[in-house]
Design a protein around this ligand. Structure first.
Ligand SMILES: Nc1ncnc2c1ncn2[C@@H]1O[C@H](COP(=O)(O)OP(=O)(O)OP(=O)(O)O)[C@@H](O)[C@H]1O
Length: 353
């Protein structure tokens, strides 16, 4: 069992606070992705879990055992990093065996584990090759095989696919998902690529300025962002936000249309949000959108508009005739509308949404 518990973990670099009291529990065998823009603290959190960095505050437990005072080698983890430290002068076999030799495992055990993980990663025909002669994708597999050969409880990965070209990235992503699901390890995977995060994760922790803003399954993060930041970071193009004005309890005017929204005394102002794919063109009664740019995206059109001085993007079917300079009417799918508090930026939940 390798549940990972992170409690109140903070990290200060001089006067700069890189992490603010992080609380996160990753279940045994869960695939958790840390997602966020450059500098949000993902790598720092991963390095603290690995033991390569000491937290300024907080505790870390792996499988119930407190590890934050233990050296990396005693934590039962294996790591795969962006510049995956494959030794070019060693064969693939010796690269995969590297950690096992450090652990002084017996020779027949080393052979068994190297062969098994090489088969798993489809690099068994390459075992005798020198790693310097491999392609980027093959080197990447060697790095993952080396981590898996340790049979760790936990694998930590920091942008492991970022050096690969787009097609190889896609292939490796699919393979990694399958292999890690079989291997029964608990995985923490750092990326700033939201597509990678969505496709791999059981849960995504969205980080922003040293905090975890939301930790939830990918579909939940996408459909129900807990904060404005999450909606604006996840999704390509991201969520649209429009100002709303109060009409009467539970009714809000948004760009000339009235919608049911948050009610109650406490709600004084709200922001309306809708994903670009959750609007439909209508002949009358929609939000008036002044079309600025139309971009064909294969099956869809990306239409960038101005709505009363606010940027609004719509993804609509490519059989709709629309041109820059026109005004079109778009109506949002009512069950996809989300509301945010402009002050706290937190999502306001209303019944049924
Ligand atoms: N050793 C250090 N000394 C001072 N500041 C640091 C140190 N390491 C990281 N930081 C700062 O802490 C913040 C978080 O860095 P971190 O590397 O964790 O971000 P990240 O989200 O992984 O970004 P990236 O995707 O660019 O790797 C950054 O502002 C970084 O400049």
């Amino acid at each position: 069992m390798a549940e990972i518990e992170i409690k109140g973990v903070a990290k200060q670099f001089g006067a700069f606070k890189a992490l603010h009291s992080i609380d996160l529990t990753i279940a045994d065998q869960e695939f958790m992705v840390l997602l966020g823009a450059s500098g949000c603290g993902k790598t720092t959190l991963l390095r603290i879990i690995a033991g390569l960095e000491t937290p300024s505050e907080g505790e870390i437990r792996i499988g119930g055992r407190r590890v934050d005072h233990l050296p990396p080698r005693s934590r039962g983890i294996a790591m795969v990093f962006q510049n995956y430290a494959i030794f070019p002068h060693l064969t693939v076999f010796e690269n995969i065996a590297f950690g096992l030799r450090m652990q002084k495992q017996p020779e027949d055990e080393i052979r068994r584990r190297v062969t098994r993980t090489a088969e798993m990663m489809h690099i068994d025909p390459l075992l005798k090759r020198y790693s310097g002669q491999l392609s980027g994708g093959q080197r990447q597999r060697v790095a993952v095989a080396r981590a898996l050969a340790m049979e760790p409880d936990v694998i930590l990965m920091d942008e492991p696919l970022s050096n690969l070209d787009a097609l190889l990235r896609l292939e490796m992503r699919t393979e990694l998902k399958g292999i890690l699901a079989q291997s029964k390890t608990t995985t923490i995977y750092v990326t700033h690529d939201q597509v990678e995060a969505m496709s791999l994760a059981d849960r995504i922790s969205v980080m922003h300025k040293g905090r975890i803003i939301q930790a939830a399954p990918p579909t939940e993060v996408y459909a129900h962002p807990a904060a404005r930041f999450v909606g604006s970071f996840i999704g390509n193009p991201p969520m649209n936000f429009l100002q709303a004005t109060w009409v009467s309890p539970g009714k809000w005017m948004v760009a000339g249309m009235v919608f049911d929204g948050p009610g109650g005394e406490a709600v004084k102002s709200v922001e309306f949000a809708i994903r670009p794919e959750d609007v439909r063109p209508v002949a009358e009664g929609g939000i008036a959108c002044d079309v600025r740019v139309v971009e064909p995206l294969g099956p869809h059109l990306l239409v960038t508009c101005d709505v009363q001085g606010q940027l609004f993007r719509a993804v609509i079917d490519n059989d709709v005739s629309v041109q820059a300079g026109e005004t079109i009417l778009l109506t949002p799918l009512v069950d996809r509308i989300r509301w945010f508090d402009p002050e706290t930026q937190a999502a306001i939940t209303i019944r049924g949404s």
